[in-house]
Design a binder for this molecule. Sequence first.
Ligand code: BES
Ligand code: MN
Ligand code: ZN
Length: 511
Amino acid sequence: MTATATGFEPVPSWTRVPDVAVVAAGDLYVGNAPMGVLVAASGAVPPVLGVDRGDLAEAEFTGKIGQTLALPQPGGPALIAVGAGDPAELDGDRLRDAAAAFACAAGSAGRLVMALEGATGVPPETAGQAAVEGVLLARYRFEVLKKESAPPVTALTVVAAPDDVQAVRRGAHRGLVYARAAALARDLANSPPSMLTAERLGGVAAQLGADSGLSVEVYDRDALLELGCGGLLGVNAGSADEPRMIKLRYRPEGDPDVPRLTLVGKGIMYDSGGISLKPADAVHATMKNDMSGAGAILAAMAMLGELDCPVAVTGYLMCTDNMPSGTAVKLGDVLTIRGGTTVEVVNADAEGRLVMADALVLATEEPVDAIVDIATLTGACLRALGAQIAGVFGNDQGLVDQVRAAAARVDEQVWQLPVAHRYRGEMNSDVADIKNMGGANAAAIHAALFLEEFVAGTPWAHIDIAGTAQNDTARTWIPQGCTGFGARLLLDLALAFQRPQPAPLARKGRA
Ligand code: BES
Ligand code: MN
Ligand code: ZN
């Protein structure tokens, strides 16, 4: 398969929608599907399993989260005991992990049944959502380019207590939509960079938009020249492929006076470092994922209509690759961002902030209540917080808190870092308004300071997903590879978004 292979489908997860159903315990017909049954670390063992604690202990099954034990049934469907941990501690996050462990233990089964009766104490809507997300996300694979691929989950039946069926059904629907958003974001980030160019992503966005009720405008090089997007054009200068700015719009039906949220995503289809070429190491080899921010926004926004989001959401995806060549931007070159700010490029590998800057300015030119950007921006963020926690920054504590709350609800961890103005001087340039990097330390903060320069005081939050975009070893509901981090977070943020309060006391988060 070459980079020009025809027929490559960048978003296989869009059309492959698993069938999710919720039934009441008792009316169950499971056929031959393996059924997961929650077993807590203490208390009664569900009778359906036909074993007691002693039998389980003999098989070294204690009921911890993540543990599973297959109990083959002669002539019937396989039963799988699924650890639910301490019953007092069971919550949506632990249930999602337990469901993921079940889905992995069920191997290649395409039809699965998960019984939720053991999830007492978890609100039924939360339980339905978590169970569906855990199963579907854990079994996600990007295998369109392989000869042989593991069968995906095609049908999932959730079994609920009869009184909970309605609420579990609502949660299960939401879980399906959230899982599809993350799967789409994973598809996009996992796609090889020469197969998913900026131009091709424009085509994918147009298709997803048409299918999901988003309006999509795609800006090519000439249109970007007209807009004065010198950041995106500058990073694109070394590329054989054209840049694209993709503008997405979701508007709820009815009352136009709703909160307005704008999302800005880094869409570097491949980051070689440009003239500041990256070494040929393992991190460089993951740089097709440098569009994960843009992918997360597209994936989240494609689901807003399905969940009747009451908020107006606009998305800017800033797309190009970052390549070295005779036409690439040189160190010492000065780029003019939309709106006129000049930037001295002192490192061609600090390209993300350059493409984001144009979009932040565009975002402020329309009526907007808040801007949230998301980007695989700095290796420093990966160093500071590792691969399981993203950095969040902002100029408005209320908005940052909305991001933190959404992150907590979807179990995508974030940690707030300061927009420390005391370091802004390190980015002063002799020849331009600002340089595109500061000193060797606090590089994640420099990147945030740079972005803040372009938001004109609008409430703004910045999520640095350089660490969390990629997973080296499969863990709970996150398989190895690109994680789709941010898609569920942004979807949840948009659904619950409220205008930040202008109270000056709320404008903390400054250092
Ligand atoms: N895309 C990278 C950030 C990155 C690094 C993501 C490692 C994931 C893993 C970004 O464009 C970059 O190269 N940033 C530089 C900035 C520096 C030159 C100021 C970095 O972090 O080294
Ligand atoms: Mn870079
Ligand atoms: Zn980059």
